[in-house]
Design a protein around this ligand. Structure first.
Ligand code: SF4
Length: 350
């Protein structure tokens, strides 16, 4: 059912990162004064009943942004807003209230569960801490309900299992059930299926899509796999070397990518339906490594790998250019920014 998502699409922002910036100070001999520029001025909004994918290579800043939105790190600059209000927890109570709305799901379900505790305790503890249930009978009833919601059925067969008695997919379902126990509005999924067998990834993604559709959850789906983002997400945000470079409706970004890096990502996951103008053929096989974030390249951070780089790309951060299909990009191929443009001629003719 997409009724809830479609009815509220783009209408209700729940969680927002505004100009979120994170620099990590390096520690150790000889590193004094050096920083990792992990994330620069990222703007990302999650809407009720919508899945936003955040796509990019390892080390591009995707996890940093999710953790900033989960208040796991302090911001270097910018702000996080929950329901339109700046998230500024002053103590444990404030933090607990925040986590009752925003839950983070980690990549590795095994390490995010207590191996020594049964499923009953793991989920029941979240219910108790957040005051969602009290007393043994009520907690047990709610744990069983949650297991049913994540399709661990019959729930009675799972409630007394230890994590090591479950498969990877079943463990990730327990992690999701624990997140749902606090009745959140937002799930931040940090590569939630990348450590699972390919055969069960789709089951978990379908479960998240069901939570979006049936319960109106706002979901962030972090992945390096733009193909799964295309089929699963409503919006796609592309991140490169700590900067968001393209964003928009999944259809627009996947079918008519604007930024050369997005085109490269799509080239690595071929799609027979995509309009192909041959641009991707112009990327060399040997593109080199992503840049160091300790001393990132000036201007557009993609310029050392980009076959379309011009002089201005090496010195000036590209301005934002928006398009009629609802997407935007930061790339000098699209002019001065702020207006809708046709795809850059250079992209089509070079
Ligand atoms: Fe390539 Fe320049 Fe666009 Fe960056 S701004 S992606 S270097 S053309």
């Amino acid at each position: 059912m997409r009724r809830l998502a479609e009815a509220t699409a783009k209408a209700t922002p729940v969680l927002e990162a505004r100009n979120a910036t994170k620099h990590f100070a390096l520690r150790g001999r000889g590193s004094k004064g050096h920083e990792v520029h992990a994330l620069e001025s990222a703007n990302l909004t999650l809407y009720r009943g919508r899945i936003a994918a955040l796509v990019g290579e390892s080390g591009s800043g995707k996890t940093t942004l999710a953790r900033l939105m989960a208040l796991a790190y302090p911001l270097t600059d910018g702000e996080i807003l929950l329901d339109g209000e700046p998230a500024d927890p002053r103590g444990q109570k404030d933090r607990r209230r925040y986590y009752a709305r925003v839950q983070l799901i980690f990549q590795d379900p095994f390490s995010s569960l207590n191996h020594l505790k049964r499923v009953r305790y793991i989920i029941g503890r979240a219910l108790r801490i957040h005051g969602r249930a009290a007393g043994r009978a009520e907690v047990e009833a709610k744990v069983l309900q949650l297991l049913e919601r994540v399709n661990l059925t019959p729930a009675k067969d799972f409630i007394d299992k230890f994590p090591h008695q479950l498969s990877g997919g079943q463990r990730q379902r327990v992690v999701i059930a624990r997140a749902l126990a606090v009745e959140p509005a937002v799930l931040l999924g940090d590569e939630p299926v990348s450590m699972l067998d390919v055969s069960i990834r789709l089951d978990i993604l379908n479960l998240l899509a069901k939570l979006r559709d049936d319960e109106g959850l706002a979901i962030l789906y972090i992945t390096h796999d733009i193909a799964s983002a295309r089929y699963f997400a409503d919006d796609i945000n592309v991140m490169y070397a700590g900067q968001l470079v393209e964003s928009g409706p999944a259809e627009a970004v996947s079918q008519q990518p604007k930024h050369p890096y997005t085109r490269l990502l799509l080239d690595c996951s071929p799609d027979p339906d995509r309009r192909d103008d041959g641009v991707v053929d112009r990327f060399d096989d040997d593109l080199g490594e992503p840049p160091s974030l300790i001393d990132p390249p000036p201007g557009c951070r993609f310029h050392p790998r980009c076959p379309f780089a011009r002089d201005e790309c090496r010195t000036r951060l590209p301005e934002l250019t928006s398009f009629d299909d609802g997407s935007w990009t930061r790339c000098w191929l699209y002019g001065d920014g702020g207006h809708s443009h046709e795809p850059a001629e250079e992209m089509l003719t070079r």
